[in-house]
Design a protein around this ligand. Structure first.
Ligand SMILES: O=C(O)c1ccc[n+]([C@@H]2O[C@H](COP(=O)([O-])O)[C@@H](O)[C@H]2O)c1
Ligand SMILES: Cc1cc2nc[nH]c2cc1C
Length: 334
């Protein structure tokens, strides 16, 4: 299964598998037998049952989490919307490859594999205040990088990104998809000063005025970037493979939102790993109906907040699958 146009990609979303109702019921039944007062593991119980329903297994394990970081460059940086120069994207890719970035440590800590895909860094997207950031063909190519990056052997997926300037396309996508004003969705990203922050809001408003009337996947092409499209492609492939996904911060969730807008329920296999400090992320999580697992004030990207949540999800599944029942342990029930 693959695709060559945004329409055929959208058709894949429409046919994607749902959670398995029988595994959900079986996991709920198992949860009720475990040696703990009913409900005493709180959200850990909900996470484990949800995970079981996607894996079609009432007693699942997490043994092969995968973290994938996609990197892209953005023509819109010419407008002065980031606190850092665009060369930092390729420099950070080298840092990922040398093991020196936060995501290297967080992936290792979580027992996850890490792979990095640099998407045509020497060919930035177009400045969307001038013309669509990507052609349909460019967007499909980036979606396919993400689609093909997901390992069939993975049992939990984190997608992250690196791209100087990419909080601007993320804000523009959110504004186009969910309405409101540019100020509702625009934050300070890597830490822009007041003057650049004003420019950034104007840039977002300009892009939204041009392209907000398009359907969600065409909004991704016109206002997004290659690493955002690659994240969307990977999240969609994970759905087809029944691999649960942990969403990261503002940019990751903006990319994911294009799937949800294209096909309601397209993110049912996803948890929100954390609430980013980027203003706009809280509103985005509310719009997506997701409640973040962690709220640690992170605003790094790279998949860092989602990777930090992997051990929590592993803990939930370990309790669910490996605890003894009251009968097995000889513990009296009420
Ligand atoms: O994940 C987030 O919520 C997040 C919030 C702010 C910044 N970032 C990271 O910072 C970069 C984008 O910031 P900016 O200011 O260049 O648009 C990009 O590499 C992201 O990974 C990430
Ligand atoms: C140094 C640096 C590291 C990053 N990681 C993700 N986005 C980033 C942005 C900068 C500027």
């Amino acid at each position: 299964m693959s695709f060559t146009t945004l329409d055929t990609f959208q058709a894949i979303l429409a046919r994607a598998p749902q959670a398995n109702a029988q595994s959900l019921a079986d996991a709920q039944a198992r949860n009720a037998l475990l040696t703990k007062p009913a409900g005493s593991l709180g959200r850990l119980e909900d996470i484990a049952v949800w995970y079981a329903s996607w894996r079609q297994n009432a007693r699942p394990k997490i043994e092969a989490p995968q973290v994938i970081v996609f990197a892209g460059n953005h023509g819109v940086t010419a407008q002065g919307v980031s606190a850092f120069p665009p060369e930092v994207t390729v420099q950070m890719v080298a840092n990922f490859e040398q093991g020196g970035a936060a995501i290297n440590q967080l992936s290792r800590n979580a027992g996850a594999s890490l792979s990095v895909y640099a998407l045509e860094l020497d060919r930035p997207t177009h400045d969307f205040t001038d013309q669509p950031a990507m052609s349909e063909q460019d967007c499909v190519a980036a979606l396919l990088v993400g689609w093909n990056a997901v390992s069939e052997a993975s049992d939990l997926l984190v997608v992250g990104e690196m791209g100087i300037g990419n909080t601007t396309p993320a804000a523009a996508i959110c504004n186009a998809l969910f309405g409101g004003t540019a100020a509702d969705w625009t934050g300070r990203g890597t830490g822009v000063d007041d003057a650049a922050f004003q420019i950034k809001q104007d840039v977002v408003a300009k892009g939204v005025a041009k392209y907000a009337d398009r359907n969600a996947l065409h909004v991704l092409a016109a206002l997004g970037g290659r690493e955002l499209a690659a994240m969307a492609g990977a999240i969609a492939r994970a759905r087809v493979l029944r691999i649960p996904v942990v969403l990261d911060g503002f940019i990751c969730c903006a990319a994911a939102a294009t799937l949800e807008k294209a096909q309601t329920g397209a993110l049912d296999h996803c948890l929100a790993g954390h609430a980013s400090a980027e203003s706009g992320h809280a509103r985005l999580l509310t719009s997506l109906g997701k409640d973040a697992l962690l709220d640690f004030g992170l605003r790094l990207g790279e998949g860092s907040g989602a990777a930090l949540a992997i051990p929590l999800i592993k803990a939930a599944v370990a309790c669910h699958s490996d605890m003894a029942s009251f009968a097995e342990a000889g513990v009296s029930e009420v």
